[in-house]
Design a protein around this ligand. Structure first.
Ligand SMILES: Cc1cc2nc3c(=O)[nH]c(=O)nc-3n(C[C@H](O)[C@H](O)[C@H](O)COP(=O)(O)OP(=O)(O)OC[C@H]3O[C@@H](n4cnc5c(N)ncnc54)[C@H](O)[C@@H]3O)c2cc1C
Length: 426
């Protein structure tokens, strides 16, 4: 997400040679939905790809937070005001539509070249003229030299590890102890169940919550697919924290984890064919002491992995790309001093915002997963107050004040406005 957005944003600013190295052999379309928040839509629109994504995305009108065990509604938030307040709607879509449209946008730019099935290995130089070993899946490794190296290599970033090792910092990722099942049900699979069909036809995000677990669900792909994403204690990966991030989950185990959820939710989970349960491990790492060094910078999950509870990880990676394009386009010259300073401006503009959202996402998860006790009583009282239109929303992404911070800030504009001042200070 961050790599595609950065490449496209740079090309749109007139950079003529943008080379993208991707270790996978293609975009690897994960069967999963994604929330497309207004701050993401604003940037994608400027990059000329939002219209294509919007076509098959679903415009959210509301969110309903429900007790997983009973399906009783705890809280309800109207989201219709978002479009008029922030100029962009809050939509939900398919990941393949988001990544695919950005990729198509990149392909329309002459200056962008993709090297699939080619990983970035050892960094030979951080600058001036950073260089790294490119490792093609079929072929001999070779060295690549560039003017600026932007590493959007995800939460498992090996470039982050190399960067922090320069200062003897261990960037160990934190095992959150949580995992997620990602499920997509087709209209065909749901068609014989009127209750389930009603969910698919509603322009709503529904979250069913329980102790240490929740399920968030919404329709995508012009309401042809119902997307469910769960979070639960991670039992499968716990023994092997360094293992791969996704695994084939066990359906009986999934049914057991949500065994006390209401019959309607269980009927949905039961529609997942045996052998098709996809499980993701959720990982984060501590805030990094720095994101850039010489002519190299980290982007997206590589520097600020965000738990999914705020639905902002990809949006934040895309914001990084937009800001990088602004600061690099504003470079007064390409001297060995100027590029690192421009990258520092990127870090200054992005850092506090990204880490604030990392913490908000974690806090939202804690509130959703409360077990019996005073804190849960207080949370449920807040949910109940929402029915009279009062107070904060414990499910943070739906809270008007949080939305104001997230959707109401145009990071590219901030970068434009602050560049000169910050460039002079870093
Ligand atoms: C369950 C779940 C739900 C989520 N829901 C939302 C949501 O609703 N909204 C939202 O905005 N975000 C959401 N997110 C977060 C979002 O998916 C991530 O934050 C986002 O994908 C991060 O983008 P990225 O570009 O930093 O990393 P990635 O998308 O992980 O991309 C990294 C890329 O780098 C490649 N790569 C890795 N190493 C190398 C190498 N050495 N050389 C070359 N290529 C390499 C990988 O193959 C990959 O393509 C969710 C996440 C999860 C787990």
């Amino acid at each position: 997400m961050g790599g595609l957005a950065t490449a496209l944003a740079l090309a749109k600013k007139g950079f003529k040679k943008v080379e993208v190295y991707e270790s996978a052999s293609n975009l690897g379309f994960v069967g999963a939905g994604i929330q497309l928040a207004p701050n993401m839509a604003r940037i994608l629109d400027r990059l000329g790809v939002w219209k294509d994504i919007e076509k098959e995305a679903v415009d959210l009108k509301e969110t309903s937070i429900r007790q997983g065990s009973t399906d009783n509604e705890l809280g309800h938030v109207d989201l219709k005001y978002i479009r008029s307040t922030y100029n962009y709607p809050h939509m939900v879509g398919h990941r393949s539509s988001l990544a695919g449209s950005m990729y198509e946008g990149c392909k329309r730019e002459e200056g962008i070249k993709f090297h699939f099935a080619t990983g970035a290995g050892e960094i030979k130089s951080w600058g001036p003229n950073p260089s790294f070993t490119a490792i093609p899946r079929n072929g001999e490794p070779y060295e690549v030299q560039c003017d600026v190296l932007l590493a959007a290599d995800g939460v498992k970033s090996t470039i982050r590890d190399q960067l922090l090792r320069l200062k003897n910092i261990d960037a160990k990722i934190i095992d959150t102890g949580q995992a997620a099942y990602r499920i997509m049900l087709t209209r065909e699979q749901m068609q014989h169940d009127p209750e389930l069909l009603a969910l698919l036809d509603r322009e709503s995000v529904t979250r069913w919550i329980g102790e240490k677990r929740h399920i968030i669900a919404y329709p995508v792909s012009s309401k042809q697919i119902y997307n469910l994403s769960t979070v639960q204690p991670d039992v499968n990966f716990a023994a092997a924290p360094e293992a791969t991030y996704t695994t084939k989950g066990s359906k009986p185990q999934m049914m057991e984890v949500f065994g006390d959820f209401c019959p309607m939710v269980r009927r949905m989970l039961d529609l997942v064919p045996d052998g098709e349960v996809c499980e993701w491990k959720l990982r984060v790492h501590e805030p990094l002491p720095f994101w850039t060094y010489e002519q190299t910078a980290l982007v997206g999950d590589a520097c600020h992995p965000t738990l999914p509870h705020l639905a902002q990880g990809a949006a934040q990676a895309i914001e990084d790309g937009a800001v990088l394009a602004v600061v690099l386009a504003k470079l007064p010259d390409t001297s060995p001093e100027s590029i690192p300073k421009a990258l520092k401006v990127y870090e200054v503009v992005r850092r506090e915002r990204a880490y604030t959202l990392v913490e908000l996402a974690a806090a939202s998860g804690r509130a959703m997963h409360l077990g019996e006790g005073k804190a849960k009583e207080e949370r449920d009282r807040q949910f109940a107050a929402l029915k009279e239109g009062k107070g904060p929303v414990p499910d943070k992404w739906a809270d008007a004040d949080v939305q104001k911070i997230i959707y109401g800030t145009d990071v590219a504009k901030v970068a434009e406005e602050e560049f000169e001042k910050v460039f002079g200070e870093v």
